[in-house]
Design a protein. Sequence first.
Length: 283
Amino acid sequence: MARKGFYNIKDLGELPKEEATNRPNPAFQPPHRPKVIGPHKLSSRLVAAALVVLILAVGGVTAWFVSHHHQPAKPAKQAFNVQPATGTTKVSTSQQYVSNGSDLNLTFTYPTNWSVTPPTSDNTTDQTITLISPLTTITDASGANVTGKVTLTVRPGTATPTELNANTPTAAATSAQIAYSAPTTNQYQYPYITFIHFSTGLGVAGAFEEVMVTGTSQFTQGQAVSVSSLIGLDPVISAVLTKCTSQACTGTGAVPLSISNSIWTNTAIFQQTLAVFESFKLN
């Protein structure tokens, strides 16, 4: 249907009937008719164009954010472990000690860099056996690094652990069981060790200054540890912990060293002490 006013057929003149039907009139060129886009198609194209612009904008913002704010993933935190204090090198080599007394009839192994008296295979009179570690750096219960040592003694059952007669000794924690590595038929395989705190030590919860093999006697935290509570203990095996205030580390230059359970467990010199405890063979 022609638009109103688009053109008037009367103004074109009259063509011959044959020519009008079979031959185009070169003089007549209908005006160009622009293509009209429907409202539905137009709105679809606008939406598509808007989506393209939005996608490009979002992509650009994302790329900028990643390039400016992305950080490499941080490694998971390592579980905290107490490290041995400086200078506490674990000694892998050890030697055997033989006591040939009537009461102290026993053997054990100890690190080669520890000193021992009396000499091996020369204790027929049941003298107290004393092992002393080298001086080394140890972290005490307050977290301070100090110079210290371990003095491990083996006393016959007839000897009184006189250190328990003073300074209000108590169990710093509930006694723990250890296992003798090669027990004889004469010894209890899983003895208790008790962590003893003295009033002269640091007033830090759980701190202790001596560790004693108490056999079948178990103590709870805070319980008094007395000579009378250890009657029948034979032999008396214990390790006294000492802090050195002088190079000699004897007499007034040696005072009680207070440590915590984590230091006892993770420091090389105390791992060596525990290994000596576990090596005892009691005949």
